[in-house]
Design a protein around this ligand. Sequence first.
Ligand code: HEC
Length: 114
Amino acid sequence: MMMVKSGPKTVILLMSFIILSVALFGCETPTTSVSEPVASSQTPIDSTVARGLSIYNTQCKVCHGTNGSGGNGPRLIGKTPSASFIQANMPRNKPNSLSSDQVSDLVAYITSLK
Ligand code: HEC
């Protein structure tokens, strides 16, 4: 009974706007926001970690163990590695031998360890 007083025209107009905006967003959202971020953000991260892993296995694993589990060198799982520390100190037996690309791949790999 109260609704009738506020005017059925207003209600119908409001409903049309809601339906229209749902229809518009319903069409645009899935194509742009569902597929793109997955493709653009996952691929680079995964390949960086993969490169880091292969450098790790050849140059770091001997001291830090498989998957950073530890050995002569400290366990790296759960650590937040410092790029400048790695660059200047690692590998322990051959410091300053890594390129900055290799260091950032290693940082991504170590950060991914859980
Ligand atoms: C010859 C052994 C050895 C090798 C090879 C080696 N490390 Fe280390 N690493 C150590 C030791 C020992 C430490 C402890 C700190 C120190 O003595 O400088 C350490 C410390 C670290 C730390 C700091 C850990 C912490 O607790 O904060 C990181 C990160 C690290 N190493 C990464 C690497 C990476 C990446 C590589 C491969 C490029 C590598 N290390 C190769 C022996 C090694």
